[in-house]
Design a protein around this ligand. Structure first.
Ligand code: FES
Length: 107
């Protein structure tokens, strides 16, 4: 279980507990948090689950796979360091306290 803070582009914060084994995208979807659209349902094929990870968390997350790296090129205003696709981030105790910010829009 990890407590994850999702911050909408307008500053609205949502702090939710997400079960291990789900993805960060599924945590948002299951809690009706706006700002993560996840059009492809988590197949790493749409880039509409894009977020900016809080700076402190960037080095703590597993490295991006090539497919995530490629899809991020299609995201709205991706950041080389902070951008991640939330469908590719598996939740575990190690992610407890994670903070992610939604972009102004998904493509
Ligand atoms: S949900 Fe489509 S790339 Fe993550």
């Amino acid at each position: 279980m990890a407590k994850i803070t999702y911050i909408e582009h307008n500053g609205t914060e949502h702090v939710v507990d997400v079960a291990n084994g789900l993805t960060v995208m599924e945590g948002a979807r299951d809690n009706n948090i706006p700002g993560i659209e996840a059009d492809c349902g988590g197949a790493c094929a749409c880039s509409t689950c894009h977020v900016y990870v809080d700076e402190a968390w960037v080095p703590k997350l597993p490295a991006k796979e090539a497919m995530e790296e490629d899809m991020l090129d299609f995201a709205y205003e991706p950041d080389v360091e902070k951008s991640r696709l939330t469908c590719q981030l598996k939740v575990s105790d190690a992610l407890d306290g994670l903070v992610v910010r939604m972009p102004e829009k998904q493509i």
